[in-house]
Design a protein. Sequence first.
Length: 475
Amino acid sequence: MHEKCGVVGISTTDRDVARPLYYSLYALQHRGQESAGIVTHDGFQQYEHVEMGLVGDVFDEDDLDSLNGSNGIGHVRYPTSGSVNNCCAQPFSVSFKSGSLGLAHNGNLINTDEIREELAGLGHAFTSDGDTEVIAHDLARNLLEEDLVRAVKRTMSRIHGSYSLTITHDETVLGVRDPQGNRPLCIGELDDGYVLASESAAIDTLDGELVRDVRPGELVVLHDDGTGFDTYQLVETENTANCFFEHVYFARPDSVIDDELVYEVRRDLGRALWEESGIETDVVMPVPDSGRAFASGYADAAPEGVEFAEGLMKNRYVGRTFIMPTQDERERAVRLKLNPIKSTVEGKTVTVIDDSIVRGTTSSQLVELLYEAGAEEVHVRIGAPPIIAPCYMGIDMASREELIAADRSVEEIREEIRADSLSYLSIEAIAESLGKSDSDLCLGCVTGEYPYDIEGEETDREVQRPAVGHSSADD
Ligand code: SF4
């Protein structure tokens, strides 16, 4: 599974923002490794540098020196909509009659094609097949007729799907979160300004203080002089649809989302996993690094005598398995990536804990590795429910055909990965640990019912994509 993107926006009193943006993008690198970019504005002119690659490779000293201005946005991307090439790297920037725009988008729109088709019919020319350019064009068009707030509101009334955006309109930096709050976005305060970021870990990196999450449906406009921000609740919805996988897998454990430290939420989920399906084995071990917090909570709740230990060592210098294009290469990559610590495993009964099973490749390889290292029994516990359906909100997690749980029971999956036992965490436990009703969460990939109107899929609430047609902000 890959997170789609990370976004950031910063306004300071008079310090150039290129470096703070660069450090923030480093802090958000786990949210996208395909491309990185920064757009800044100095009050006269917009500057940009966007390239394919990791943050550390995309920018050098000269690039950062050339990005002038105390207001700007940044983006890291793993491609989820649009092709894997530099035409879809972000921020997306465009100049038009009433100024210049830069857009950084985390999420995925459901009705991109309808809006693109309508705008193309009105004479807009598109350079990419991505949804961010569609938002940029729609906003640019609305800005010809409306002020900034009303233009954003009008665009929000037309786009349907998941979006956390940071935007520059000339030297003004804004942040917008979709009405369901599917992806995170938070506000932080710096000594000399304000920051908007996908995760609070980026604010920590800048020695800033987390102020709060941007509310679903809210527009936040940072003051150009870094002295504060204005907020506008542009859309109200009865229920949110926060992606629960942000808490389970995507976000950094040291980030705070909805006032909860992600690491503590994961430990809670681990405790709940013990309550629901704990089994007394000699050793409990995480799949590094993603299973660590779950395993620590699980071991914490287990009776004395169940030892928490590191039984698998990760080779940090191997690329992420999922960028390997074929199944065969993916299987070999698991072997390269993880190696059992024999003394922890040999002659022992073992529980191994991970956050999810997607295709099942890694899990069956792991079970095999542990048996080869001398484990007597291998039990697998997963800190999320089975993934049975794809994600349309921008998480790259494989198609139904590739998902091991799409058409298999838990017992059939256990047989396939050859574990002695296998249990997943329930949806109820997830909702309880997050302190939310399940009707305020997106659970599409584990229920097959989505909080957005997606063609050919079931919805879990009354929701309809907006009719396309150039409406006014008051509609
Ligand atoms: S479908 Fe799953 S991964 Fe996608 S947004 Fe919903 S909960 Fe998150």
